[in-house]
Design a binder for this molecule. Sequence first.
Ligand code: 5GP
Length: 105
Amino acid sequence: MASIFTRIINKEIPCEFLYENENLIVIKDINPKAKIHLLIIPKKEIPSINELEKEDKEILSDMFFTAKKIASDLKISEGYQLHFNVWPKGWQEVMHLHLHLLSDL
Ligand code: 5GP
């Protein structure tokens, strides 16, 4: 079954995209834990960091460069947090890789 994020990527569930390119989308977290809480989500349904393959290097790199660009666009480069939760015992609820970007600026 497709993950909730794949359904958002496929536009089966309405959601505002802040940014999109061939590898990923950026959306607002539905339950923000900070003033700004975004999710950077690859279009490829990689479950988590544990399932990353060498061939995913470009996607992962794009996720980090996108985080840097979004932080600059939103003028929060002075302070933000990036994190991955990994597997349910590492607080991951949605098993589709995503990078959290949070800031209170
Ligand atoms: P995780 O705990 O897996 O690292 O984070 C999943 C995040 O996805 C949570 O912060 C949760 O609020 C967010 N989330 C879950 N379902 C949806 C949704 O349908 N839309 C959006 N925008 N965020 C979601």
